[in-house]
Write a protein that binds this ligand. Structure first.
Ligand code: SAH
Length: 332
């Protein structure tokens, strides 16, 4: 089954329960054909919640009154060491746009990891940077970069971000990353304020055109104290349909069942896997800083140790009939 954008639109807006079931089954079949019933695990390390940006939706935006932290180079390496012992072979460094993470520092961290664990992939998710910076990080050994496009609609983008942030620059970053040889992750929130079926169709069209190796999508969840703190959360059901549609349209894509999905529904991540997702990202950040990386309210697992998160996700994956894979999990 191949899916046209028109058919995708119909499934998003008026699918019957039977059609939704068939959509999920087809998404699993397509995933299994490419990757088998397997789910890749990435260790997420939230390196800093300092951020120079003021995105309207985000709980760690510059003007949020939250307590700020950043991990030292030693703390980051210690997280990786623990992660490697737990079987992780991909580390994802995510953070706000924190000027402390200069090219020099990030390169040193990446080089140290690659030296100590040459069998591991390093993914960066540190926001927008210049092309020269992306190039240095790539040369230091970074394999992948996650930078959600957030929305492919220029006006919608402008309604989610302050004027100094540029849709064109974000898109330029994605093109630069691609040209520099990264495996690139784009993506968006489902149900962000102002999102419509039309803007979602633009997201699907953008994904079809850009063909990112990874697509991160999760429901929008309000974060208190932000301009969107009193808005409605995105829909779990719509997120699941979008996951399945993206899987069917892009059989090879690496598709995470996100923490945000797990936050809105107790079996959110399992349902994501049953909708064709094939990546989970348990948290390897030090327990004492988990709560501070609060992109949105009631985020999952803020009180857990890395090993607990790994074990919990392994059990959840097993319940879906999939196998947890501990290799790098490269795009195929
Ligand atoms: N500074 C980095 C990492 C941002 S956090 C960057 O700019 O890429 C990672 C993702 O979390 C964001 O891209 C956004 O899509 C998502 N996010 C932020 N606030 C959120 C919220 N309130 N609800 C759900 N997802 C959110």
């Amino acid at each position: 089954m191949s899916l046209s954008l028109n058919e995708a639109r119909r499934l998003l807006t008026e699918a019957t329960p039977d059609e939704v079931d068939a959509l999920m089954a087809e998404a699993r079949r397509v995933r299994d054909e490419v990757y088998g019933p397997r789910v890749f695990m990435r260790g997420l390390i939230e390196v800093s919640n300092h951020c120079k940006n003021d995105c309207f939706y985000c709980g760690i935006r510059r003007s949020a009154k939250c307590s700020r932290y950043r991990l030292s180079e030693e703390e980051i390496l210690a997280c990786c060491r623990k992660g490697h012992e737990l079987g992780f072979r991909t580390f994802v460094f995510q953070g706000g746009e924190d000027g402390w993470f200069t090219d020099e520092r990030v390169c040193r961290i990446v080089e140290n990891i690659k030296r100590e664990w040459p069998d591991c992939a390093v993914t960066l998710s540190l926001g927008e940077r210049g092309r020269a910076s992306f190039e240095r990080l790539r040369k230091a050994g970074a394999d992948r970069y996650l930078l959600r496009h957030e929305t492919a609609d220029r006006e919608h983008y402008a309604s989610l971000h302050p004027v100094e942030m540029s849709f064109d620059h974000r898109m330029q970053c994605l093109r630069d990353l691609r040209e520099l040889g990264y495996q690139v992750g784009a993506g968006f929130m489902v149900g962000s304020p102002g999102q419509t079926v039309e803007t979602l169709m633009e997201d699907l069209a953008f994904i079809s055109e850009f063909r990112p190796e990874m697509v991160g999508i999760g429901p929008f969840i309000p974060a208190h104290g932000t301009p969107f703190g009193d808005r409605k959360a995105g829909s779990v059901e719509l997120t699941l349909r979008l996951l399945a549609i993206i899987r069917i349209m892009h059989p090879h894509v690496l598709l995470p069942a996100t923490t945000a999905l797990g936050t809105l529904h107790p079996q959110g991540r399992e349902r994501g896997i049953l909708a064709g997702a094939n990546v989970v990202m348990p948290n390897l950040s030090p327990k004492e800083h988990r709560e501070e990386y609060a992109l949105y309210d009631n985020k999952l697992c803020t009180g857990h140790e890395a090993a607990e998160c790994r074990a919990c996700l392994a059990a959840r994956i097993a319940s879906t009939g999939c196998e947890l894979v501990v290799d790098r999990g490269d795009f195929q």
